[in-house]
Design a protein around this ligand. Structure first.
Ligand code: APR
Length: 175
């Protein structure tokens, strides 16, 4: 599985699956979540509502992932995952790694070969960007995905891309 770092808007990614940095309600929000619902259109929210009315009556738990249609996006699926809010008092990094591993497992189950991830929890949920990248790489390598050939980590700005590049270079993970 190749990991590429790109800078841009994840809603423009032409991949099989786009991962959404959602919240437990699955009913939309700001940041990546807002952009995906805005650009993907109502079909995504309709499927999210159906998930809330069935399997996820109490909301999608933190660290879990579930797929819906991608609506009007240039992807087949959106994989919604809920990152942990950063806490200085409690180590929630296993939950953040779980977002990547679970999303990859969902992508694998769908037969997706290319997946785009945002830097989960590093926006509204205030996770420091450098450690967010460390956890992302660890989470991606926790999951022995075989059919997923390419992961594109989509950083929203050049500064975040530079941080990610530095972390990736310093990590033991191959590109
Ligand atoms: N494309 C790629 N990256 C983006 C985009 C975009 N269109 N918009 C924002 N980002 C970046 C942010 O700069 C940040 O680095 O994605 C990262 C995650 O930021 P958020 O979207 O705020 O996600 P998160 O920190 O996980 O917070 C999730 O925010 O939007 C709400 O409903 C969402 O409650 C949930 C919470």
């Amino acid at each position: 599985m190749r990991i590429e770092l790109v800078t841009g808007d994840i809603t423009a990614e032409q991949v099989d699956a786009i991962v959404n940095a959602a919240n437990s309600s699955l009913l939309g929000g700001g940041g990546v979540d807002g952009a995906i619902h805005r650009k993907g259109g109502p079909a995504i929210l309709e499927e999210c509502r159906a998930l809330r009315a069935s399997r996820y009556g109490r909301g999608l738990p933190v660290g879990q992932a579930v797929a819906t249609t991608a609506g009007r996006l240039c992807a087949r699926w959106v994989i919604h995952t809920v990152g942990p809010v950063f806490s200085a008092d409690e180590d929630r990094s296993p939950l953040l790694r779980g977002c990547y591993a679970r999303s990859l497992a969902v992508a694998e189950g769908l037969g997706a070969r290319t997946v785009a991830f945002p830097l989960i929890s590093s926006g509204v949920y205030r996770w420091p960007k450098e450690d967010a990248v460390v956890q992302a790489l660890a989470g991606l390598h926790d999951e022995p995905a075989t059919t997923v050939e390419q992961v594109r980590m989509v950083l929203f700005d050049a500064d975040t891309h530079a941080v990610a590049e530095r972390v990736l270079r310093a990590s033991e993970y191959t590109r």
